[in-house]
Write a protein that binds this ligand. Structure first.
Ligand SMILES: [Zn+2]
Length: 72
């Protein structure tokens, strides 16, 4: 998890940006739910800065939802 070596392209289909973060396929399912197509490499998904931010935003929403569910 975290920073990765340079030279890896973003796993989002149609995006040629250099990846800055790597995540597991499981973690990035929320991006697929948002309509992104991902090309995983050995069950890892590499994201550029832009798509990583996108993922963080999506995850935050889900965390809020999980908290709300646990309070009930
Ligand atoms: Zn990207």
């Amino acid at each position: 998890m975290g920073k990765i070596s340079k030279g890896v392209a973003c796993s989002v289909e149609g995006c040629d940006e250099r990846a800055v973060h790597s995540l597991s396929l499981e973690e990035t399912r929320i991006l697929e739910d948002k309509g992104y197509r991902l090309e995983a490499i050995h069950s890892r998904v590499y994201l550029c800065e832009k798509h990583y931010k996108e993922w963080k935003k999506a995850r935050k929403k889900i965390e809020k939802f999980e908290k709300w569910r646990m309070m009930r």
